[in-house]
Design a protein around this ligand. Structure first.
Ligand SMILES: Nc1ncnc2c1ncn2[C@@H]1O[C@H](COP(=O)(O)OP(=O)(O)OP(=O)(O)O)[C@@H](O)[C@H]1O
Ligand SMILES: [Mg+2]
Length: 457
């Protein structure tokens, strides 16, 4: 699956700037409500003072409330540059004693009149803040209410000033922080760009490690991983080159033989004289064919991602089939080839063709290096784990050679036959692909080789 193409830089910036903006928004909303509360409280106190100054003007005449406000006092009361002020003094018996009848009153039945009551209303579609007070004096026989209303211009102006004073420095701070984050992230990611440039400018042949000039541990960790990969890649390429050189060398021998013998045959006139050269040509061609076949099998067994589809394979049936195919070859050397299995169905996840190649190479070795008139036993069993076993009664492999025989093109000095030293390397490669373990052991004191391939399910 192709990974979504996203930038580390934008990822960092978004992760830092979005929370910053969220914090700022929450802070602005909180500031708004807190400021509103304090502005309201401050101006409510002023409004209450105005209402109290009106209360001073209530006089008593015949146990009734009277208000006689001179025009100058009324003007002073109402004078305000920013807001309009309205008032109403009303008694339960006389109705409006003074002021504007349209000033709203609180009709809240649960209102507690022992305290001044503040509420918001509108006068001529304009929002006002109203304070209402109940005046009860022993010398007045009736309830008198004082209502004072004021428009909200001063409050709004004060709110605006406080919010600007609060938000302006904050916005500048956020802008500066954002700028610092963007440039900081850019600078922080510079080593990565430098590293990418350095790798991009390399020649494909340059597998030398990246210089350890990077200060940041994260980038160092990346360069260390890349260096580790480069080292492994260099080893793999060196092994590949060794393998190609060996394969070329191995192929050159039978091809040189072919050429030589063909030249020799061409110098002869009659068929009888040509025959020895033709036999040599056949031998060289067989060797070349065998080598090429082994090389192809080895290439097929290479662990390439997605190339091998492992599916359920009946190991017992597969081993029986391969043994039947190889019986004629064993009989040529007068060997008996037996097959034994604990059960006829023994399924495991495998690549069927490669598994056949594995057993074919084991049988080829048993026939090539086993005793004439000897016996070869192939066994499949599932306890303690699924195992394929091939044993012969030949000379076996010396203890000191056991590790080396799995190397490509390696043949012990005393090896007989025309092999090219790839069989066990192929077997190992296929076993590794199936996560199987191989063990080589002597059959008994007289010799023989037992090869066990144990599959871990
Ligand atoms: N069953 C065996 N008995 C004795 N020696 C063996 C046996 N199997 C392998 N060997 C030894 O291990 C060596 C390596 O075996 P391997 O199968 O890898 O190569 P090869 O048989 O020489 O060539 P190839 O299999 O590629 O034709 C052989 O040359 C042989 O000396
Ligand atoms: Mg072999």
């Amino acid at each position: 699956m192709k990974a979504k193409n996203s930038s580390l830089k934008s990822g960092f910036i978004l992760r830092l700037i979005i929370p910053l903006l969220c914090f700022m928004t929450v802070e602005a909303i909180l500031s708004y409500f807190i400021t509103w509360h304090y502005v309201d409280t401050a101006y409510d106190r002023w409004l209450l003072d105005s209402a109290r100054s009106l209360v001073q003007e209530i006089k008593v005449k015949n146990h009734k409330a009277r208000v006689e406000l001179p025009a100058s006092a009324l003007e002073m009361f109402k004078w305000d540059e920013a807001d309009k002020t309205y008032f109403k003094i009303i008694s339960a018996e006389q109705g409006v004693i003074a002021g504007d009848a349209f000033v709203p009153e609180s009709f809240d039945p649960k209102a507690d009149w022992s305290q001044p009551i503040f509420f918001n209303e509108t006068i001529y579609d304009e929002s006002v803040r109203v304070v209402s007070m109940l005046i009860q004096r022993p010398e007045i026989n009736e309830k008198v209410f004082v209502h004072v209303a004021e428009t909200l211009n001063k409050r709004r102006a004060m709110m605006r000033d406080i919010l600007i004073a609060d938000l302006l420095p904050q916005s500048i701070l956020v802008l500066l922080t954002g700028f610092y984050i963007v440039t900081g992230v850019k600078r922080g990611l510079k080593p990565l760009h430098k590293l990418a440039d350095e790798i991009a400018q390399r020649s494909p042949r340059d597998l030398s490690p990246i210089a350890e000039t990077y200060v940041f541990s994260e980038v160092r960790c990346l360069t260390d991983t890349i260096n580790d990969l480069l080292t492994r890649l260099a080893c793999a390429i060196a092994a590949q080159q060794r393998f190609i050189a060996n394969a070329a060398h191995q192929l050159r021998t039978p091809l040189a033989g072919l050429k030589l013998q063909a030249e020799r045959a061409m110098r002869e006139d009659d068929l009888a004289a040509m025959r020895p050269a033709l036999v040599q040509i056949q031998t060289s061609a067989n060797r070349a064919t065998h080598l090429i076949t082994q090389l192809l099998v080895l290439a097929k067994a290479e662990p390439v991602e997605g190339m091998h589809r492992l599916q359920a394979v009946n190991l017992a049936a597969l081993a029986r089939e391969v043994c039947i195919d190889w019986t004629p070859k064993a009989l040529q050397k007068k060997m008996s080839l037996s097959f034994d299995t604990q059960t006829d169905t023994l399924f495991l996840k495998a690549d069927e063709i490669l598994l056949k190649e594995l057993l074919a190479n084991l049988l080829d070795n048993a026939i090539s290096y086993g005793n004439e008139h000897g016996t070869i036993g192939v066994k499949v069993y599932c306890q303690p784990s699924i195992t394929l076993m091939v044993e012969d009664d030949g000379c076996g492999i010396a203890e000191t050679e056991l590790d080396k025989v799995f190397e490509r093109f390696y043949r012990p000095a005393n090896s007989s036959g025309e092999g090219c030293g790839l069989g066990l390397a192929i077997i190992k490669e296929i076993a590794d692909l199936h996560h199987a373990q191989i063990s080589l052991a002597r059959v008994n004191a007289a010799g023989g080789l037992r090869v066990e391939v144990r599959f871990c399910e």
